[in-house]
Design a binder for this molecule. Structure first.
Ligand SMILES: [Zn+2]
Length: 66
């Protein structure tokens, strides 16, 4: 019985399908985007999703250099 979230942009857990909770936002100035870390409190899965927060579209950046 999934509870509807107020925020439609909240991702669903790929493992159990429950709405994930935003637990952290890391501003990424260099790439003009934010890294949103979501956690599923049902199964404990954690996902980091990059969100562009501007209309400006920079060149794609390679992930994994953190
Ligand atoms: Zn889950």
């Amino acid at each position: 019985m999934a509870r509807k979230s107020d925020d439609d942009s909240v991702p669903l857990c790929p493992i159990c399908g429950m709405a994930m909770v935003l637990v952290r936002i890391d501003p990424r100035v260099a790439s003009f985007s934010e890294l949103h870390t979501y956690r599923c409190f049902t199964c404990g899965d954690v996902r980091a999703i990059e969100h562009e927060n501007t209309n400006y579209h920079p060149a794609p950046v390679q992930r994994g250099s953190v």
